[in-house]
Write a protein that binds this ligand. Sequence first.
Ligand code: PRP
Length: 224
Amino acid sequence: MIRMALTKGRIETGALKILSRAGYDVSELDEDKKGRKLLFRLGGADIEIVLAKAADVITYVERGVCDAGVVGEDTIMECGAELYELLDLNFGKCRFALAGPSDSGDPADIAAAANRFFTGYRHRVIASKYPNVTREYFKSKGMDVEIVKIEGSVELAPLLGLADAIVDIVETGSTLKANGLEVYEDVAPISARLIVNTAAIKMKKAEFDPLIDNIAAAVKADNE
Ligand code: PRP
């Protein structure tokens, strides 16, 4: 049996779509059927599905209690875990970006605000739900900044005067826009990944190979 953990929410929905397209019966996880259950068996297959929070998906796969998992690249980058990322599932696409205030949404104003942010030696405060990603990004730019960890709705931090800018996930850009913020620079692209436990993939090769092949084919078909 293979046990696979899916990140609850948007990633779960995308992953179930792929599993269904790959030929697996995911009806046990239908919204109107699943209730508060967290552990499921796919119909007619030796596959168990676990629903968990993103960081926990990584923990379960790292500790080997789940053989595989589907999680966003954002959580993988923030955890800094040495994981075996087997497949880019090509959904849940968004990006990490550095964003801050701008006089207007005018490209010239945004460029001027970004330039003001990057130049000079003043003390800069950056708010983020992703302090490790933020630290790595500014380290790569040789900039020394103060990072404040925020748990959600990071867009508030510059509006309240807590931070000069934020590093956050941008998908459509509408949350930034609604709060008068603009992207100064893209940090990294993000998508959903299939991660696996390296010991499990060796020990359960006969079960893993067809599953991976089916998922890879479904991802390919989805993008054609
Ligand atoms: C994420 C992110 C932004 C928003 C970006 O938040 O932190 O706030 O989505 O999406 P957009 O570019 O399409 O507007 P999420 O919905 O996960 O909520 P949270 O801030 O409470 O974590």
